[in-house]
Write a protein that binds this ligand. Sequence first.
Ligand SMILES: Cc1cc2nc3c(=O)[nH]c(=O)nc-3n(C[C@H](O)[C@H](O)[C@H](O)COP(=O)(O)O)c2cc1C
Length: 331
Amino acid sequence: MDLTTEYLGLSLRNPLIASASPLTGTLDGLRRLEDAGAAAVVLPSLFEEEIEAEAAARERLDALGAGFAEADGFFPRASLPTAGPPHQLRLIERARAALGIPLIASLNGTTDAGWTSYARLAEQAGAQAIELNTYFPPLDPALDGAAVEQRHVDVLTAVKRAVRIPVAIKLGAGFSAPGAMIRRLDAAGADGVVLFNRFYQADIDLVTLRPWWHPSLSGKTEIRPGLLWISTLAGTLRAAIAASSGVETAEEVVKYLLVGADVVMSTSALLRHGPEHLRALLEGLARWGDARGFTSVADLRGRMSRARSGWPAAGARGDYIGVLHGYMGDR
Ligand SMILES: Cc1cc2nc3c(=O)[nH]c(=O)nc-3n(C[C@H](O)[C@H](O)[C@H](O)COP(=O)(O)O)c2cc1C
């Protein structure tokens, strides 16, 4: 089966992309992902807070060291945090020189100036596309859904104006009407939508009575919000669609493509089994397609989209009632 595909105007050797994670944060990890078959990689997000903190630390050191040549010995630059833009931008530059696959830089800003300036820096460092990792938890109860949605559109519009490379936006599924939100972003010029991100909520440690966070890995049932919304929107957007969350085996990859995803992203499975797990995903996809006579990814893509199969609209309420009434125990 021909696995080649396109995403954000980039020609890819297959539809599997390694999404942002610690695995994509080192040159060694990136090389392993490329060797195992990743068609593209998304680097870990540049967080505006981290960048600002590092810039402030550098300024303080510069002020302390001004006029004292030996001060560099007391405050070695190597002791500065290795995160933040210099590290991340160097990684983009080095990865661009070392890898043959496209690099997508991910941003997570807080201010318009932060989003746009780091987008420009990532573009200058050699990123071939940008992914906006939007995270605006509306913890202020006075902030309504319309304001949160508008913020997504404003950030996208500002970054689109700032760079020439394609811009995708990665969203959580927690909108009251995800379809309408995604269509707004499409109309505002998004080159791609990544459906969906996973956000991590705090638990409570009953010993210390403090909140604690742990980025738990996903399981395969987490493909379902993506299946629903990708099948609903496939064929109706100008933007490309990347499926994200819940890929554990080749079956989830096939399902995402069947509902209409252009590409499929994976993090948890690659953290759990190592980057080489990509090979199993790719071989499983090719085997499944060959066994059913599909000649290419394009051939199977969207077979289960709403436009082509009626799913999931057909019988939606009836299916819901049937599921509740037909419960037979956990399977
Ligand atoms: C340890 C860890 C670090 C992550 N870092 C980022 C990040 O920097 N930016 C981002 O957009 N997503 C990040 N993610 C989210 C993943 O890119 C991905 O969207 C999410 O894990 C869902 O995909 P999965 O089910 O294949 O894991 C991270 C996830 C994990 C587990």
